[in-house]
Design a binder for this molecule. Structure first.
Ligand code: C2E
Ligand code: MG
Ligand code: MG
Length: 692
């Protein structure tokens, strides 16, 4: 293989085969899959064409050259429909595809003709003796002669393909500027020139081997380079888009997770909300059903959160809730569920107990966990919780019913006052509907003037004279009769009606005292009970002052009683409020003393005039040494602090005697008088004067 043209042919065979391989590879990543495959086939056919050419030129004799020439013809014939098809594939036009099929049909005839004709389809006869000498002196079999009509047909088809390719290139260049590479144009020109040269060789006007394969090689190389670049660019774009898509999907997933979380969780405490709680309760319920264990729902309502919000701000209220949530989470984690249902309401799910005793123990542990004081910025708050419990399977048959039953129990607990716990009982349903009815009626009771005050005297232990009349509210209900404050004050507090009712009580009590004064009972004062919400109302001072003024009374004529447990919830704020009231000159006393677990430190600071010893201590003073001891300690404490002490609930003479002995200043109870309607109270005062 010392002939340079032969080496060039061999190199081109290798290069075209490589191009074919490359094009096939590109088919996988390019968006022009069909075109790439056709191009690979074209490259391969060109490689075979070049190889056949090589065989023809290096043939040992004419017969072998003609045989090889027929193969050259075959491959050149096959190329024409392939090129038509390639452009059709790039152009993606139906008509172009049909044309390429037509060309393929014609080519089939030409191929058949090629193998039956003695010199192949091109030549009717051969003109020159072969081999001939090439311009650079090399010997090669180049055939020329009289061409056939079939040859002309093929030329026309090739010309058509060339024109179609050129038109397509021009259009594409205008539309997308995609193949606007000079190299491509140069290569196309090269193919046209080399094909024309092939025609001249066939006609015997030129003595050169067919060079169109080289021309195509240039085109193939440049085309592949372009497509590769394009493919690389589109691959990078694809990667970029898929990365962006992935990010988008991720962020979408994240936001839908957040959304889902927000649907089932409370943003402040990060505990599950009502929806989340129900989901978990369902799961716990199914487990309890299959394990044949008991399950309980404990509802906890933080008492008087509204007051903390109103007096210390929402920030403090929120912090309080967060701390409650933390404690519940830490101490009740074995319960399986801790959630926040509403503003001040938490739920704990208790599962896995065979006995009610086990549930009771766990409830006690949970209540103990929330009992210690809570610290919010600037102070420490003693909070109480109202609690309701319902147990499966004893009280309900589904998770929802269990929650509803616990809510009923909680309602009842709230009615009993702050810090109470109630377990569900079927009769609660009835109680609750009564309560709702009462709540509605309570709203109009003040306007309808259904409230009255009864008065219970407080007697000086030393002199036996009435010193003070405690006003105790009653509700003349149209159908229920006289309703006691224990039944409706908690409802009034819960509905907010207490503010108006409380103001009315202060006003009515002051008016009553003024009236008694007019009737000559000049040395008594009147005591009024304040509810927790009233104490913390900002306009309480104004209300008191206005009532005193209207009745023409002095501050000292009025005593305000505040229960100890209320004071101890927020001692610091209570002290501030009490001091403001004290500046008005009114007397202040701590009601139900001994039940609120006041710390001595705070007691010392409370600006009050008297303690009212709770009647629960007084009741057993004669029977229980412990109660006697408590009473003695309370009296001693009050005396040491320079305060008056009033004993409540004195029911018999022996109690009165004991309390006198202990040093109580004032005595109050059924032994002296029950709470009396105004006319009876007036009679009582008149009688007492007569006796005196
Ligand atoms: P309190 O201020 O401790 O009033 C004393 C309660 O004990 C009264 O009940 C009274 O009838 C009762 N009591 C008095 N002496 C005896 C006795 O010897 N034995 C027994 N067993 N009980 C005795 P009442 O009138 O039912 O009032 C209950 C509570 O309702 C009051 O307790 C007070 O905290 C509240 N309350 C009453 N009137 C008002 C009011 O106008 N406003 C507010 N916010 N609360 C009120
Ligand atoms: Mg009282
Ligand atoms: Mg009391």
């Amino acid at each position: 293989m010392d002939a340079p043209i032969a080496s060039l042919y061999l190199i081109s065979v290798g290069a075209l085969a490589m191009c074919s391989f490359q094009a096939a590879l590109l088919a996988r990543s390019s968006s022009y899959v069909r075109a790439c495959w056709v191009f690979a086939v074209i490259c391969f056919t060109f490689a075979l064409f070049q190889y056949a050419n090589l065989r023809q030129q290096l043939a040992p004799d004419l017969a072998a050259a003609i045989a090889a020439h027929k193969w050259v013809n075959l491959f050149s014939l096959l190329l024409v429909p392939q090129i038509w098809y390639l452009i059709a594939a790039l152009d993606d036009r139906k008509r172009a595809f049909f044309l390429s099929y037509f060309v393929a049909g014609v080519t089939l005839f030409l191929v058949a003709d090629n193998f039956v004709s003695p010199f192949g389809y091109r030549f009717a006869s051969l003109a020159a003796e072969a081999p001939c000498k090439l311009p650079w002196g090399e010997q090669a079999f180049l055939l020329a002669g009289e061409t056939t009509p079939a040859y002309t047909v093929n030329r026309l088809l090739s010309l058509g393909a060339a024109l179609y390719a050129a038109a397509f290139c021009i259009r594409v260049r205008r539309e997308r500027a995609r193949f606007s590479n000079r190299v491509v144009w140069l290569s196309v020109a090269l193919i046209v020139v080399t094909t024309a040269m092939g025609g001249a060789t066939d006609a015997g006007r030129l003595q050169l081997p067919y060079l169109s394969g080289f021309g195509f090689l240039c085109l193939a190389a440049s085309y592949l380079l372009l497509v590769r670049r394009e493919a690389a660019r589109s691959m990078t774009e694809k990667i970029r888009i898929s990365a962006a898509l992935e990010r988008e999907v991720e962020s979408h997933k994240l936001s839908s997770l957040r959304f889902e979380h927000a649907l089932t969780n409370d943003a402040l405490t990060r505990l599950p909300n009502r929806a989340g709680a129900l989901e978990k309760l369902h799961a716990m319920f199914i487990q309890s059903e299959s394990n044949l264990t008991r399950m309980a729902v404990l509802l906890l309502d933080l008492d008087r959160l509204a007051i903390i919000n109103g007096t210390r701000g929402y920030e403090a209220g929120n912090q309080l809730l967060v701390e409650v949530a933390q404690r519940l989470r830490q101490d009740c984690s074995k319960g399986g569920l801790v959630a926040r249902l509403g503003s001040a309401r938490f739920v704990v799910g208790i599962a896995g107990h065979k006995t009610v005793a086990g549930i009771e123990r766990e409830v006690e542990e949970i209540l103990a966990a929330v009992k210690p004081p809570f610290s919010v910025p600037g102070t420490v708050l003693n909070m109480t919780f109202s609690a309701g419990v319902a147990v499966y399977p004893d009280h309900a048959a589904s998770a929802e019913d269990l929650l509803a039953s616990a809510a009923l129990a909680l309602h009842q607990a709230r009615d009993a006052g702050p810090g109470n716990l109630r377990v569900f009982h079927p009769s609660l349903q009835q109680t609750l509907s009564e309560r709702i009815g009462l709540e509605n009626e309570l709203k109009g009771a003040l306007e309808k003037e259904q409230f009255v005050l009864h008065y219970q005297p407080q007697i000086c232990a030393a002199s036996g004279r009435v010193v003070c009349m405690e006003a105790l509210i009653r509700w003349h209900h149209p159908s229920l009769g006289l309703v006691m404050p224990d039944k409706f004050i908690p409802l009034a507090e819960a509905t907010g009606a207490i503010a108006a009712i409380g103001s009315w009580v202060i006003d009515a009590a002051c008016r009553q005292l003024a009236s008694w004064r007019e009737n000559g009972f000049i040395d008594i004062r009147v005591a009024v009970n304040l509810s927790a919400q009233q104490l913390l109302l900002s306009d309480l001072g104004d209300t008191v002052q206005a009532a005193l003024q209207r009745a023409g009374l002095q501050g000292a004529d009025l005593e305000l009683e505040i229960t100890e447990s209320v004071l101890m919830q927020d001692p610091q704020r209570s002290i501030e409020r009490l001091e403001a009231l004290r500046r008005l000159g009114v007397r202040l006393s701590i009601d139900d003393f001994g039940t609120g677990y006041s710390s001595l430190g705070y007691l010392k600071l409370l600006p009050v005039h008297a303690f009212k010893l709770d009647r629960s201590f007084v009741r057993d003073i004669g029977k229980s040494a412990k109660d006697l001891e408590i009473c003695a300690t309370a009296v001693g404490l009050a005396r040491n602090l320079g305060l008056e002490i009033v004993a409540e609930g004195v029911e018999d003479a022996s109690q009165a005697a004991q309390l006198r002995k202990l040093g109580c200043h004032l005595l109050q109870g059924y032994y002296f008088a029950r709470p009396l309607a105004v006319y009876a109270a007036t009679d009582f005062l008149a009688n007492e004067r007569r006796v005196a």
